[in-house]
Design a protein around this ligand. Structure first.
Ligand code: CAA
Length: 257
């Protein structure tokens, strides 16, 4: 598939996707979504890729769903076509995805960043859910993921006032894993992704699946799920290799088996 709204490249074992609609601050339209889902699907199935980074530009990760595309929608259209429903394919990608965020991550942009497994932010990043200023509310998971990730008080504050929060506040409240100077953002995200890609791929994927389970189920069920997968890891050659390498005081050589 030829892409017009994203730029896709690989850096060793890392798949890098840049959102690329500079004239619209990377506003998320249907064409971009189709391309993003396609590129993510290709990386997910590519055995050479161990982790993925999604980024935008210096000015905007993404300034939200494309307002011009949706402004004339009516209810029946939105409902019958399940408008923006396909965004839920992003969190179903099984390999880890890091969002590298500089500039605006607003509305759907903030929601896309939250669909990724963690966020590394540049000092310039600004997060917000300004939908209320447009006469709607978040529709790509903002009310649900924000409430789970940063708690009710901040989620209500952002969704009800439409204000933006800067990178430091986002890190303080747990939305963001790391804040780095802007010029180091991509390198930091790629290094983190490459580090992930150096580990056993099945273990990485099961770890992602298990942490995500914490947001879907009770503590008892989550702990049971964790233990079942933990036990299953003793069937992997990579477990034997990882533990033998520790005992031998050498670097493990994982074979992803
Ligand atoms: N949709 C469509 N176009 C957008 C856009 C969006 N979300 N955000 C920015 N653009 C366009 C602008 O229309 C403008 O295009 P033109 O030059 O053709 O007029 C271009 O990008 C540059 O934007 P600005 O001139 O506004 O740039 P700025 O630096 O003055 O302001 C901004 C930046 C504060 C981010 C401002 O662009 C803005 O407020 N954007 C909208 C943010 C927003 O409301 N996002 C939520 C969208 S709704 C949503 O996401 C729903 C959901 O949950 C699914």
């Amino acid at each position: 598939m030829a892409y017009e709204n994203i730029i896709v490249e690989t850096r060793g074992p890392v798949g890098l996707i840049r959102l690329n609609r500079p004239q619209a601050l990377n506003a998320l339209n249907s064409a971009l979504l189709g391309e993003l889902n396609d590129a993510l699907g290709v990386f997910d199935l590519d055995g050479r890729i161990g982790a993925i980074v999604i980024t935008g530009s210096e000015k905007a990760f993404a300034a939200g769903a494309d307002i011009k595309e949706m402004q004339s929608l009516d209810f029946v259209d939105a409902y019958m076509k399940d408008f923006i429903g396909d965004w839920e394919k992003v969190p179903r990608i099984r390999k880890p995805i890091i969002a590298a965020v500089a500039g605006y991550a607003l509305g759907g942009g903030c929601e896309l960043a939250m669909m990724c497994d963690f966020i590394i932010a540049a000092k310039t990043a600004k997060f917000g859910q300004p939908e209320i200023t447009l006469g709607v509310m978040p529709g790509m998971g903002g009310t649900q993921r924000l409430a789970r990730f940063i708690g009710k008080a901040k989620a209500m504050d952002l969704c009800l006032t439409g204000r933006m929060m800067d990178a430091d506040e986002a890190e303080r409240c747990g939305l963001v894993a790391r804040v780095v100077p802007s010029q180091e953002l991509i390198e930091e995200a790629i290094n983190a992704a490459a580090k992930i890609a150096s580990f056993s791929q099945p273990v990485v994927m099961m770890t992602k699946e298990t942490v995500n389970r914490a947001y879907e189920t009770t503590l008892t069920e989550g702990l049971r799920f964790e233990r079942r997968l933990f036990h299953s890891m003793f069937a992997l050659e990579d477990q034997k290799e990882g533990m033998a390498a520790f005992s031998d005081k050498r670097t493990p050589s994982f074979k992803n088996r």
